[in-house]
Write a protein that binds this ligand. Structure first.
Ligand code: RP5
Length: 168
């Protein structure tokens, strides 16, 4: 099987990964510089005993990696994705474009922010119709985790919704 030189993954490698049960919540950040701001989300999930994983993946610097993560997360058992990013924060929106999972975006303030995080807030909140991202406050990582927990607490009863033509 050929290995994709960009991602260094092979179809066999991907299938092996799919055999591993994934955590319930996937947390993505756009940069290592975002990690500290997301600590409250990790702490909240840890305290609630909710399994989670954390990955640094940039929508701008590694778009293929983001696409691969988002399009395989549901198959691995992930049920909610939290994505935190600063500046031109495309990450949550790109994840929502590749996944039908609920995506919670966390606008992050960084040293290069415009308006103390207003840039990321607008980038995450102002999604076009059909590609939903739930946006919490600037640096609202803890609320993102609480919201993820509440989404997880809603068990079944309502079948998974297929994408409608109007969402494409
Ligand atoms: C965004 O740009 C990241 O989410 C981060 O908040 C910001 C700055 O990234 P670095 O230049 O610190 O990697 O993509």
């Amino acid at each position: 099987m050929p290995v994709d030189p960009e991602t260094e993954t092979s179809p066999i490698g991907l299938l092996e990964e799919l055999d591993e049960p994934g955590p319930l919540v996937g947390i993505l950040v756009g940069s290592e510089s975002d990690l500290e701001s997301m600590d409250p989300a990790l702490a909240e999930l840890r305290e609630r005993g909710i399994s989670h994983e954390l990955k640094v993946l940039s929508a701008h610097r590694d778009p293929r990696g983001v696409a691969e993560y988002a399009s395989t997360a549901q198959l691995r058992g992930v049920r909610v994705i939290i994505a935190g990013a600063g500046m031109a924060a495309a990450l949550p929106g790109v994840v929502a474009a590749y996944s039908d999972l609920p995506v919670i975006g966390v606008p992050l303030r960084s040293s290069k922010s415009v308006g103390d995080g207003l840039d990321a807030l607008l980038a995450i909140a102002q999604m076009p119709p059909g590609v939903p991202v739930a946006c919490v406050s600037v640096d609202g990582a803890r609320n993102a985790a609480i919201l993820a927990a509440r989404i997880l607490a809603q068990g079944g009863g309502y079948p998974q919704q297929p994408r409608l033509d109007s969402e494409k």
